[in-house]
Ligand binder design. Structure first.
Ligand code: C2E
Ligand code: MG
Ligand code: MG
Length: 501
């Protein structure tokens, strides 16, 4: 394989051009003895590493496959994790050195027949014969060892996406695309890891693409419908508000669950558009309730972590409530705990501004994002929202542990004087238990499923709309003190009797 790294003709010509003008570049070009060869080399190779570029790699890989019709092959793409951070922390030269080091390893391989190259940025590719999985393992280990020894101060590791060449009628371009699909799965883990392409992966991506391309029309045609899931006070069992959950009534595919389209929209940023639509619809709804003289209950909306990158978010919410003449207290904002963990300073600043503007902040999925207790005391959060799903499908011992965790969290929340709402409450026993340990609010199928707006309004009427949501405190039956005091002293659940103040 002709993969040495002579001086780049492009670099020389550019140098001549910038230093001495276009005439100098043209005469330099004319003076090149082996111009044709150097020009061809430049067309086929990556300047930095001297490896094949994408076009040349695809051509070379096609040859290898054609010349070895009975041999089994795999195509692997290799990507450096957090490469951008490495470039930022050190400098581009260091990043370049790492790329060259990886290229050297490829050049030193004795695998035959094979083809390899650098596709773009920090993405390399290699096609190699594979029968038993051992070549793949050896390759990954060699590459891991190479990058691990690169720097002592910065942990460099790689992700691998593998396409086992099953269909030789595909172009090598398409094979690379499939290896990249596998790579994006491997990338979801934080450390060195690999994933192997399968058909379901492609199917998922095709579906995602389809959903994404249908979004603008879906919004235009009002196919996204707001459902509301009521939230209840554990003690009075009155509705205290609701969470807005979007549903997609697709004209061809029928009813699509948010669990299917929200993650795809979050990955591509399309969620920004959908969330703004949902928030606006919720404001319209609240306005309508106020106009109808119904005592409107607060409705919470989900704020995706992607929304939090929008520097105008706070202003957007202020403008929205202003537009509909709403008290901001009626629009509650659910922010997932893991968003705080991702970018604590930015999110804390933003949520403080939102809170100062009057919007209540709920920390959604509390307990799933590993925020530290230390961090929690400084967070601008009005309500902690926990999901009971971590109680599901567990052994009796694990369920017991989960219950103990819940008890501790509720105690801690009381120490922080922050009410807790538990979602996913499905059974009477769960409701009883949660009420007994001092949780304030509930949301779940046991009380009510998410329903369309007219059904929610009916429920509000039936359930007694005069009830005002207030933050309840619970007194301990033993000492009749505020539980914020008692529960911190590890009072057993049976001593905790919820009582309205
Ligand atoms: P989430 O915000 O944590 O919402 C709660 C989910 O739990 C809802 O699912 C709700 O229907 C479901 N749920 C409520 N009670 C129970 C129960 O007792 N048992 C079980 N098994 N599930 C229960 P849904 O509506 O399918 O929404 C799923 C997720 O999609 C939501 O989780 C939220 O993260 C996201 N989502 C929904 N609507 C929106 C939206 O408008 N914007 C954004 N950014 N995300 C949304
Ligand atoms: Mg939520
Ligand atoms: Mg939740």
């Amino acid at each position: 394989m002709e993969q040495k790294h002579p001086r780049s003709l492009t670099e020389e010509l550019l140098h001549a051009y910038y230093e001495h003008g276009s005439d100098a570049a043209i005469s330099k070009l004319a003076s090149e003895g082996n111009l044709r060869e150097r020009f061809l080399y430049m067309l086929r190779h990556d300047t930095l590493t001297g490896l094949y570029n994408k076009t040349a790699f695809c051509h070379e890989a096609e040859q290898v496959l054609r010349q070895n019709p009975t041999m089994r092959f795999e195509l692997m793409v290799v990507n450096i994790n957090r490469f951008k951070a490495l470039n930022d922390i050190f400098n581009e030269h260091i990043g370049n050195e790492l790329l060259q080091q990886i290229a050297s390893l490829f050049n030193a391989l004795t695998l035959r027949p094979c083809a390899y190259g650098r596709l773009h940025a920090d993405n390399f590719v290699i096609l190699y014969p594979e029968e038993t999985g051992s070549t793949r393992r050896r390759l990954m280990t060699s590459l891991d060892v190479t990058v691990a020894s690169f720097s002592l101060e910065y942990r460099v590791d790689l992700s691998f996406g593998i396409y086992p060449v099953a269909d030789r009628d595909l172009t090598v371009h398409t094979m690379c695309d499939r290896a990249f699909m596998a790579l994006s799965k491997a990338k979801k883990k934080n450390t060195s890891s690999y994933a192997v392409y399968d058909e379901a992966m492609r199917q998922r991506i095709v579906e995602e693409q389809m959903l994404l391309s249908n979004l603008p029309k879906g919004i235009e045609d009002e196919n996204f419908v707001i459902y509301l899931q009521p939230k209840f006070d554990f003690v009075t069992e009155k509705i205290v508000g609701a969470e807005a959950l979007v549903r997609w009534r697709h004209p061809r595919l029928g009813f699509i669950s948010p669990a299917k389209f929200i993650p795809a929209f979050e990955r591509t940023g399309a969620i920004l558009r959908l969330d703004k639509y949902v928030w606006e619809k919720v404001c319209q709804l609240l306005r309508k309730e106020l106009d109808a003289g119904i005592s409107a209950k607060p409705v919470s909306v989900n704020v995706s972590r992607v929304d939090l990158y929008n520097q105008n978010l706070v202003q957007h919410f202020k403008d929205l409530v202003h537009k509909y003449g709403l008290p901001p207290q009626l629009l509650e904002l659910e922010i997932t705990e893991s968003a705080y963990v991702d970018r604590p300073q930015d999110i804390v600043r933003m949520t403080k501004e939102l809170q100062a503007a009057g919007f209540p902040i709920l920390m959604d999925d509390f307990g799933s994002g590993f925020s530290s207790l230390n961090m929690l005391k400084d967070l601008p959060v009005d309500v902690l929202k926990m999901d009971l799903k971590f109680l599901a499908d567990t052994t009796p011992e694990a369920a017991e542990r989960a219950r103990n965790i819940l008890i501790s969290v509720v105690r801690m929340a009381k120490g922080l004087q922050t009410p807790v709402i538990v979602e996913g409450v499905e059974t009477k026993e769960q409701a009883q238990f949660l009420r007994d340990i001092g949780c304030e609010y509930a949301q779940g199928y046991y009380y009510a499923k998410p329903v369309a707006v007219p059904a929610y309004e009916q429920m509000l009427q039936d359930n007694g709309a005069e009830h005002q949501p207030e933050l309840r405190r619970f007194n301990c039956a033993k000492c009749d003190q505020d539980c914020a005091h008692c529960t911190m002293l590890a009072a057993p659940p049976e001593l905790l009797q919820p009582q309205a103040r």
